[in-house]
Design a protein around this ligand. Structure first.
Ligand code: URA
Length: 435
């Protein structure tokens, strides 16, 4: 078997064998297969696709390319993963809810990528909060409080680390089997018994159409099942930012408010669906029972207590829960007003993410520092009637960015029209159960 034959086979659309896939993953991780050959194979996969069997084999080979975690909690461990969005702070809401309902949530999260935000950057906006934890400390916190959130350990899934970096520079990111194997190899290696996938659909997501999102979701659910995990995918809307806040500390505050019962409708609907699915995969009850348990965890204040405890156990200042002035405050702000009368028929999600990045809430380069105070808070959303001069949003930053220029560009994220042009709100598009 040679890499040349494997590339040539895939170029002709041949289904690769399990042994060939293992050979590729092993060879690339060890450095025996050079980047130029791997790049050629990745492009052939993008153009020729992979069968479900090949995708499952690739996922498992990648998952086993490094350490496999299995946090010993004595209970059911559930992970939740979002394919990435703008204003997506659901982890900070659903993980404490699930923990308050008796499920363990060992969560390895990422930093912001491109125009999308990351949970680790959000949590690091809490003064003192640590996301680098040893495996022992991570497990200890998990056992004590039911949830722990840390950055991905370097020893997990080295194959994804190398392949993802190569895909990023060879225009081979947007391949459904490659996205599936990248996400699911990490989920499987972190040892969750149950996995709830939040597959985002819309202009702010990787998957722009429901058909593509459904295909990706079904493939991921099947890969999870083949690995012996209980898996569900929830397709959710990302055609506008989720909730009203975009940016690190702003999103933490919105998540805390959600756990106090004050979430905007879209954010609550998505969070409730995800939390209920986390409880359902853990066998906590029927769909209705799980929704009721999740609602009760919020109304009783138990979920908020879990979040507060997690902040304390991970070195942060839990007083931020009741005193938002403890977050770094932005040095500058700019209010944005409507320049006409009408209905808001759309808010461009991807452009909002990019504006947030320019304000300092994300990174343009890997080594950039993020501004924890930067971001956007919307006063108005899609479907709202506005009059000329009404305030639509406030931009915040502590960086030296060109705030006036950014504000002028931000005005373009809003689309206006008549009431009949407002899209029907559909936050949950579909649920695909894999067990
Ligand atoms: N997130 C990942 O971890 N991998 C992908 O390929 C896409 C999104």
């Amino acid at each position: 078997m040679t890499m040349y034959e494997i590339i040539a086979g895939k170029k002709q659309g041949r289904e690769l064998t399990k042994e060939e896939i293992q050979y590729v993953v092993d060879g690339y991780v060890s450095g025996d297969i050079p980047d130029y050959q791997m790049s050629a194979l990745l492009m052939a996969v993008c153009l020729r696709d992979m069968s479900d069997r090949e995708t499952a084999d690739l996922t498992m080979s990648m998952a086993h390319s490094g350490e496999m975690m299995k946090p010993e909690t004595g209970g059911f461990n559930v992970d939740k993963h979002s394919t990435g969005g703008v204003g997506d702070k659901t982890t900070l809401i659903v993980a404490p809810i699930a923990a308050a309902c008796g499920v363990y949530v060992p969560k390895m999260s990422g930093r912001g990528l491109g125009h999308t935000g990351g949970t680790i950057d959000k949590l690091e906006s809490i003064p003192g909060f640590k996301t680098e934890l040893s495996y022992e400390r991570f497990t200890e916190i998990l056992r004590q409080n039911g949830l722990a959130v840390a950055g991905q350990s370097g020893a997990l899934v080295p194959a994804d680390k190398k392949i993802y970096a190569l895909r990023n520079v060879t225009a081979t990111v947007d391949s459904i089997p490659l996205i599936c194997s990248s996400i699911m190899s990490k989920k499987i290696a972190t040892g969750a018994d149950g996995i709830v996938l939040d597959v985002k659909v819309g202009d702010g997501a990787f998957m722009k159409t429901t058909d593509d999102a459904e295909k990706l979701a079904e493939l991921m659910v099947r890969a999870g099942r083949l690995a012996g995990r209980k898996c569900t995918a929830v397709l959710t809307d990302m055609s506008k930012p989720l909730g009203r806040a975009v940016g690190n500390s702003l999103e933490v505050i919105e998540a805390v408010e959600a756990l106090k019962g004050n979430a905007p409708e879209d954010l609550w609907e998505v969070s409730l669906a995800l939390a209920a699915e986390m409880l359902a995969v853990a066998g906590k009850g029927t769909a209705e029972e799980c929704r009721a348990m999740a609602e009760n965890a919020v109304s009783s204040g138990k979920a908020l207590e879990r979040l507060s405890k997690m902040i304390e156990l991970q070195g942060g200042d839990p007083r931020v829960i009741s005193d938002y002035s403890l977050f770094a405050s932005p040095a500058r702000k700019k209010e944005i007003f409507a320049d006409r009368d009408g209905f808001i028929t759309g808010i461009s999600c991807e452009k909002t993410g990019l504006i947030s990045l320019r304000l300092g809430a994300g990174r343009s380069k890997k080594e950039d520092a993020v501004d924890p105070s930067a971001g956007i808070v919307f006063d108005r959303t899609v479907g709202d009637k506005v009059g000329k001069g009404d305030r639509l949003a406030v931009l915040y930053t502590s960086s030296e960015c060109d705030l006036e220029g950014i504000a002028a560009d931000f005005a373009g994220v809003f689309r206006y029209g008549s009431r009949s042009a407002c899209p029907e709100e559909k936050n949950i598009i579909k649920i695909i159960k894999g067990y």
